[in-house]
Ligand binder design. Structure first.
Ligand SMILES: [Zn+2]
Length: 423
C-alpha cells in the first residue's frame, strides 16, 4: 500500500496497486492453461514479470470498479467463452465498464503518449474529466465520445493476419493510448475481447456495428472493417512479442545460455510450434474423439502465467513432442485407447474411486487416471505420485517423456490436470 491521491476520487488515502486488466481475466488465463501443475521440467529460477500494476485507486474506488468487473464477467465473458453465447442484451453497465477500463488506460498511458504527440494533451484532459465524473456518479454527461466493444475470435477470413497474431488475440492482455497526427483513442484488450473509446475525433466511421449504446444487444459477430485499426492491432501484437523476447534476453544470464535454450527462445521455435499445430489439426481429424481431446488439453495448456518465459518454452517444447506423439498413434491403437479412456471414467464414476490405465508409444509413457478428488491439491498429489511411480519403473536408458493425464469428474470447472517428466 502507498499513501497517495486516488486518481478517481482525488482523496488522499492508501492506494492499492491494481491491474488495468481485471482479475477475472488473469484467473481465466490460469484456469484455461490445463497444466497448472508441472513437474520434472528443467526450471531456471527467475520469475516472469507480472502484469503491470499501478497504485491508482483507493479502496472505495476499487470497489466501484470491481462491481463493474463482476457485471462484465458474468454477463459477457463467461457466457461467451464458456457457453458460446452469441447475442447478449446489455444495459448501461456495459458502457460504464468500458469507460472504467479505458479511463484507467488513459490515466496510466497519459504522460508517455503526450511526449509522443503533444497535441493530444487537451483532448486527453477533457475526456479524462468527463469519464472520471461519470464513473464517480457526479455527472451523467458522457460527452460525445463513443465506445466500441467487440469479440476478436470471429475475425473475417478476408483479413490477412500474421500467423503468431492468434496468440495476441486469444491469450494476451494489452492497453494503450493510440495516436497519430489526427486521431487519438484509448484501447484495452484482454483475451478474446477489445474495447475502444474515442477521444478525438468523437466518431469513427464504419465502426457503427460495434458501438455500445446505453442499452442494446451485443453480438459476437459484429466486426470492424477499418483496415487502419487492424494494422494497429497487428503492430501491437508484434510489439508485445518483441518485448517478451527482449526481457527474456535480459533475464537469462549468459551463464545458462546453452544451445537448447537459444533454440527455444528463437522466433523459429515459435513458428515451428504454430506450424506443427496446424499440421497436427489436419492429421488428427480421423482419430477418435477422446484422443483428440487429450491433444486439445495439451495444446490449450500453452501458457501458464506462473511460469517464467524459459520454463514456459521448455513446457511448450515438451507439449509439442507429447501432442505430436499422440497424433501419430495408429488408428487401431487409438480406438483401443479411446475405449479404455471412456470406460475408465465410467468406472471411476460408478465405484467412486481412482481408475487408471497406461499406454506407451515410441516417444511416450502415458497414464490416464480418473480421480475422484474433493480438492485440486488432492488431484495434484495423485498426479505427482503417479509420475513418481512411472519414473521408478522406467528403465535407466529409457529417454521417453512421461505424461500423466488426470481427470476429476467432481470438478466441473477445471477437471483436467496434466504433468510431464523428462530427463
Ligand atoms: Zn478513490
Amino acid at each position: 500500500m502507498v499513501q497517495g491521491k486516488c486518481a478517481l476520487c482525488k482523496k488522499t488515502s492508501n492506494l492499492k496497486k491494481s491491474h488495468i486488466v481485471p482479475k477475472f481475466v488473469s484467473t481465466w488465463i490460469k484456469k484455461t492453461s490445463a497444466t497448472g501443475y508441472m513437474r520434472g521440467i528443467k526450471k531456471p529460477k527467475k520469475r516472469m514479470q507480472d502484469l503491470p500494476k499501478f497504485p491508482l485507486l483507493c479502496g472505495d474506488c476499487e470497489q466501484l470498479f470491481s462491481k463493474l468487473e463482476s457485471y462484465f464477467a458474468s454477463t459477457f465473458f463467461h457466457p461467451i467463452l464458456d457457453n458460446n453465447k452469441e447475442e447478449i442484451a446489455y444495459d448501461e453497465n456495459l458502457c460504464r465498464f468500458i469507460i472504467s477500463l479505458n479511463w484507467r488506460t488513459l490515466v496510466t498511458a497519459y504522460s508517455d503518449q503526450v511526449k509522443v504527440d503533444p497535441w493530444i494533451e487537451q483532448h486527453l484532459n477533457r475526456a479524462e474529466e468527463i469519464w472520471r465524473r461519470y464513473l464517480l456518479g457526479e455527472s451523467s454527461n458522457l460527452g460525445l465520445y463513443e465506445h466500441y466493444f467487440f469479440f476478436l475470435s470471429n475475425i473475417k477470413s478476408e483479413i490477412v493476419l500474421p500467423k503468431k497474431f492468434q496468440w495476441y488475440t486469444l491469450r494476451a492482455t494489452d492497453s494503450t493510448l493510440a495516436s497519430n497526427k489526427n486521431v487519438v483513442f484509448s484501447f484495452t484488450h484482454f483475451p478474446h475481447f477489445c474495447f475502444v473509446s474515442t477521444i478525438f475525433p468523437f466518431t469513427f466511421s464504419d465502426w457503427e456495428d460495434t458501438k455500445i449504446e446505453n442499452n442494446g444487444k451485443f453480438s459476437t459477430k459484429s466486426q470492424i472493417n477499418d483496415y487502419y485499426f487492424w494494422d494497429f492491432l497487428v503492430s501491437r501484437g508484434k510489439l508485445l512479442l518483441s518485448s517478451i523476447d527482449g526481457s527474456e534476453n535480459k533475464q537469462i544470464g549468459k551463464a545458462i545460455e546453452k544451445e537448447p535454450e537459444k533454440f527455444l527462445k528463437s522466433e523459429s521455435f515459435l513458428v515451428m510450434i504454430e506450424e506443427s499445430k496446424r499440421e497436427r489439426l489436419e492429421r488428427i481429424k480421423e482419430l477418435p474423439k477422446a484422443i483428440r481431446g487429450l491433444i486439445d488439453i495439451i495444446d490449450r495448456s500453452v501458457d501458464n502465467p506462473e511460469l517464467d518465459i524459459l520454463q514456459q518454452k521448455w513446457t511448450n517444447y515438451t507439449q509439442y513432442i507429447v501432442a505430436n506423439a499422440l497424433s501419430y498413434i495408429p488408428l487401431d491403437k487409438a480406438q483401443i485407447i479411446d475405449g479404455l479412456l471412456q470406460s475408465t471414467i465410467l468406472l471411476a464414476d460408478e465405484n467412486n474411486r481412482v481408475t487408471q490405465f497406461e499406454f506407451e508409444t515410441q516417444e511416450l509413457i502415458a497414464k490416464f487416471m480418473a480421480t475422484i478428488c474433493k480438492t485440486k491439491n488432492e488431484q495434484r498429489e495423485l498426479l505427482a505420485q503417479a509420475i513418481d511411480d512411472l519414473v521408478k519403473k522406467k528403465a535407466p536408458n529409457d529417454e521417453r517423456i512421461i505424461v500423466v493425464f488426470t481427470f476429476n469428474p467432481l470438478d466441473m470447472e477445471m477437471p483436467f490436470e496434466t504433468g510431464y517428466y523428462c530427463d
